[in-house]
Design a protein around this ligand. Structure first.
Ligand SMILES: Cc1cc2nc3c(=O)[nH]c(=O)nc-3n(C[C@H](O)[C@H](O)[C@H](O)COP(=O)(O)OP(=O)(O)OC[C@H]3O[C@@H](n4cnc5c(N)ncnc54)[C@H](O)[C@@H]3O)c2cc1C
Length: 392
């Protein structure tokens, strides 16, 4: 149930775990302590404020579905949407957020003007690139480690109802890699994703608006309201005898081929051959002068490529351990290639790996948590434990 007075709860100093819709996959919002839940899509819509100039102020507990419908009715849209929209604004901003439009617009957090953040004493402050810039840099993509995002001011773009979508089948992973690399080098594409699902390799490329001249192929279509129509097939619910173990790695575009090769080497071997439901690929082009968020999955490279592995594993400790072990090897490879894990997923981050990935940002996280009295908030996260163990 959503917390009525989040600042009072946080300010009480009792151990707390922050939660939006609870869709992260690595136990981030699972706790024996108290949960502070912000997700309240039904009531949040009344609290949206249009600030003019394309800026919109949104409560963190709103879902993207409601927000996008609200915006579209007013001729606006949010530039980057996830493939499943019933997740909280605060929860996805706390992990990064990317989707098919990331090839054009980067991450969701790249379109945040400012956030209202509640610290460990219950005090609230607005943070942006210029006001409390370090809190801004650590909160977005930061898993709630530097406080609760209560509201966010987002930059929107004009709404285009139609998208021209071009779907391509690929004969091999090698062909898919080459195709993805070619698209990553172009800057005229608005939508891109690719997947391996049910043995089929395919990609989707799209352009906003109705541009007939591109429609020379039978696999083209004009799709209205693509964010509401297009689903990768990733289900939010999991059968009760299975657990959802999902992970995504994001590497600089030039390192995508070796990253995919590492995954390909495991595709026909246990446990991946039994548990993989989908392999998913997105291109992420960051805007110029993007903020170097401390823990977001996409680094400072102008163009990166994300590789997601989504598995559905029997509730059997050995099967779960085998899958996590394989993920751990892939995470090592991602790290060697200069990439980052997407922290909403399953990532067994030990202290040394956290150190390699985040370096001095871990020191700064420790300082921010201490100076804003946040020791009792989200203390169970491996990222936080790494700061405690390696800095004490
Ligand atoms: C079906 C499905 C499809 C998905 N598709 C995509 C996709 O296309 N692209 C993509 O980028 N991701 C995708 N994801 C991952 C998703 O973005 C993350 O799981 C995200 O965290 C979900 O938001 P949530 O509200 O459920 O967050 P939660 O899981 O509740 O929280 C995530 C983290 O943020 C913290 N947190 C939550 N709310 C706040 C807040 N208000 N202030 C500070 N910290 C907070 C929590 O403590 C936790 O550490 C998908 C997940 C699912 C289940």
């Amino acid at each position: 149930m959503p917390a009525a007075f989040p600042s009072v709860l946080i300010g009480s100093g009792r151990p707390l775990t922050l939660r939006g819709a609870g869709h992260s996959c690595g136990g981030q919002t699972v706790t024996g302590d108290e949960l502070l839940v912000t997700y309240a899509p039904d009531t949040a819509a009344n609290q949206v404020r249009d600030l003019g100039d394309g800026l919109i102020e949104v409560p963190a507990g709103m879902d993207w579905y409601g927000l996008e419908r609200y915006l579209n009715r007013r001729g606006r849209a949010f530039p980057v949407l996830t493939d499943y929209l019933h997740m909280s604004v605060g929860g996805t901003l706390s992990v990064g957020g990317f989707g098919t439009n990331s090839v054009r617009y980067g991450m969701q957090v790249d379109h945040v003007e400012r956030i209202q953040l509640i610290d460990g004493m219950g005090a609230s402050r607005w943070c942006s690139r210029t006001d409390h810039p370090e809190l801004f840099r650590f909160a977005l993509g930061g898993l709630g480690t530097v406080g609760l995002i209560e509201r966010a001011v987002l930059r929107t773009v004009p709404y285009q109802r139609y998208t021209h979508v071009h779907r391509t089948r690929h004969a091999s992973l090698t062909e898919l890699v080459e195709h993805t690399e070619r698209i990553a080098q172009r800057d005229d594409v608005d939508i891109y994703c690719a997947s391996l699902r049910g043995g089929m390799l395919s990609s989707t490329t799209g352009w906003g608006g109705i541009s007939a001249q591109r429609c020379s192929n039978e696999n083209c279509s004009i799709v209205p309201d693509l964010p509401f129509a297009e689903h990768t097939g990733r289900a939010a619910a999991t059968p009760s005898d299975k657990v959802r173990l999902w992970t995504d790695y994001v590497v600089p575009a030039a390192q995508f081929a070796p990253m995919l090769a590492a995954a390909e080497a495991l595709l026909h071997r246990a446990p991946l051959n039994r548990v993989l439901t989908m392999l998913y690929i997105l291109i992420v082009r960051r805007p110029a002068a993007a903020t170097p968020f401390a823990f977001a999955p996409v680094g400072t490279d102008p163009v990166s490529i994300g590789l997601g592995l989504y598995t559905s594993v029997e509730r059997d400790p050995a099967a779960i351990a085998a899958t996590r072990h394989m993920f751990r090897d892939l995470l090592e490879r991602c790290c060697e290639l200069g990439g980052h894990p997407y922290l909403y997923g399953v990532n067994d981050l030990d202290d040394s790996l956290a150190e390699r990935l985040y370096g001095t940002d871990l020191d700064q996280l420790a300082q921010l948590r201490s100076s804003h009295r946040l020791e009792h908030v989200n203390a169970h996260l491996p990222l936080v434990k790494a700061t405690v163990r390696t800095r004490d």
